[in-house]
Design a protein around this ligand. Structure first.
Ligand SMILES: Cc1cc2nc3c(=O)[nH]c(=O)nc-3n(C[C@H](O)[C@H](O)[C@H](O)COP(=O)(O)OP(=O)(O)OC[C@H]3O[C@@H](n4cnc5c(N)ncnc54)[C@H](O)[C@@H]3O)c2cc1C
Length: 420
């Protein structure tokens, strides 16, 4: 592959902040809110023009459980708050009344038993409206005093002395820099880690094609899942071949029919195929009419796992119910009732970059755990912890020297449960 030389240039440092949050999905929104509540000046950089990431622009509108499936809530703090914010203007489906509505103090044993059964039968989850959720997340950030910069793609970092001092941003028609005391990488794909000296790992199993969309059918709007609700099943063999090839020789090769999600050409190909699959799915029910309409399709590629930080600790799926002294939150297994995981602080950072944390689907977990930790409620848990920690090190501290018990006390004061 040939190369050309891009001339160096000086960039205007257009903004400055204590904590820069890169990416405005659920992980980034939680991180920004958490850092702002620590009294820090926070800027959130989002390359699109709406918040929520895959959870809104990607039409993944199911807030998966914050309970363990045995009737017990395990994720609290912003994981619960963002669930409530997502339905601020109404719940699309499965309003969790058995979780929201308190029993009276004098409830009988039978009523308490019935309530527990209802909670076991319907996990603490719901479906929200993508556009209303995006607007509500924006309102939340504005109320918390976070500066939102839309149309701002992070495209590089400047490091000095083992810390990121500046972030380079490709804005509308110009490139500029932002000075930051600490940075949270909530890009989903660990873009900031990739630009920095932080070590990263790739999801070598790859992603399969998906194309969720909203359909109006017989007067009702409903979510349709092309590619299925399930995620990459182990041993998956695509029905038709046609793997998407990456033009970037530095990225790993993937099995036939899978895509990584980190290359522009590959993502464009996947997007075009996803559009075709969505259209075919829609047309199978007939052409556009008063009662049959495709009302919303994704505006961002539906990728599940791509790249993550190789952090100080890498959490595995076998570590259910394991005590971690440095736990910064709890989360359940959305796939099955029972397992609960403590989130070790070390999954969020690497000592190579002393003021960089990750939040959302790019934290440090093994491949099997990745499928459990990447979902919306867990992104909120990781975001809250990352935002609080970023606020603690933004004045020159290093994460390796962070006072973890002070961080834990702060999280507990915000309602987060750390240990089972
Ligand atoms: C098909 C599919 C179905 C799923 N189903 C569910 C489900 O039912 N329930 C569930 O809970 N989860 C589900 N998930 C997973 C879940 O949606 C995501 O993992 C989760 O929303 C990720 O949140 P995040 O904040 O980590 O990242 P993202 O939502 O990916 O957000 C990252 C944000 O960063 C922005 N960004 C990226 N790079 C840059 C950059 N360089 N500069 C600036 N901004 C940048 C993006 O535009 C985006 O807004 C599904 C995922 C897929 C693909």
């Amino acid at each position: 592959m040939s190369t050309i030389f891009e001339p160096g240039r000086s960039l205007e440092v257009r903004y400055g902040c204590d904590v820069a949050v890169c990416g405005g999905g659920f992980g980034g929104v939680a991180a920004a809110v958490a850092a702002a509540r620590s009294g820090k000046k926070v800027i959130l950089l989002e390359k699109q023009f709406m918040l929520g990431g895959l959870g809104t622009a990607g039409i993944v509108t199911i807030y998966l459980p914050i309970c363990d499936g045995r009737g017990r809530q395990v994720s609290f703090g912003l994981a619960e708050e963002l669930l409530r914010v997502s339905i601020e203007h109404g719940c699309e489906k499965e309003y969790p009344s058995e979780w929201f509505d308190e029993l009276p103090d004098d409830a009988s044993d039978d009523e308490k038993e019935a309530r527990l059964r209802a909670r076991i039968n319907h996990r603490y989850r719901l479906r929200y409206s993508a556009p209303l959720c995006a607007i509500s997340l924006e309102g939340l950030l504005l109320r918390e005093g976070v500066t939102i910069l839309y149309g701002s793609a992070v495209c590089g970092v400047h490091e000095e002395g083992g810390r990121i001092t500046h972030i380079m941003v490709e804005g509308k028609g110009e490139r500029f820099a932002i000075s930051a005391g600490a940075v949270v990488d909530a890009t989903g794909d660990a873009d900031v880690c990739g630009f920095s000296s932080a070590p990263v790992e790739y999801f070598k199993q790859g992603n399969v094609l998906a194309g969720w969309y909203y359909l109006l059918a017989d007067g009702k709007v409903d979510l349709r899942m092309v590619g299925g609700a399930a995620d990459v099943p182990a041993g998956f063999k695509p029905a038709s071949g046609g793997s998407s090839s990456s033009s970037n020789p530095r990225l790993p090769n993937l099995p036939e029919g899978r895509f990584l999600g980190l290359d522009t050409g590959e993502l464009s190909d996947v997007t075009i195929r996803s559009h075709a699959a969505t259209l075919a799915h829609f047309l199978a029910g007939g052409k556009l009419s008063d009662t049959h309409a495709l009302t919303m399709m994704t505006s961002t590629p539906q990728v599940r796992m791509t790249r993550r930080i190789a952090g100080e600790y890498t959490l595995d799926i076998a570590e259910e119910h394991k005590y971690f002294e440095d736990s910064v939150g709890l989360f359940p297994n959305w796939r099955k009732a029972g397992p609960v995981y403590e989130l070790p602080f070390g999954t969020l950072w690497s000592r190579r970059v002393g003021n960089l944390l990750t939040a959302g689907r790019c934290i440090s977990v093994t491949d099997p755990m990745w499928d459990i930790s990447r979902v919306i409620p867990v992104c909120s848990v990781t975001g809250e912890a990352a935002g609080c920690a970023a606020a603690m090190v933004c004045d020159g501290g290093h994460l390796a020297e962070a006072d973890v018990s002070a961080l834990q006390s702060e999280l507990v004061s915000r309602g987060v449960l750390l240990h089972e």
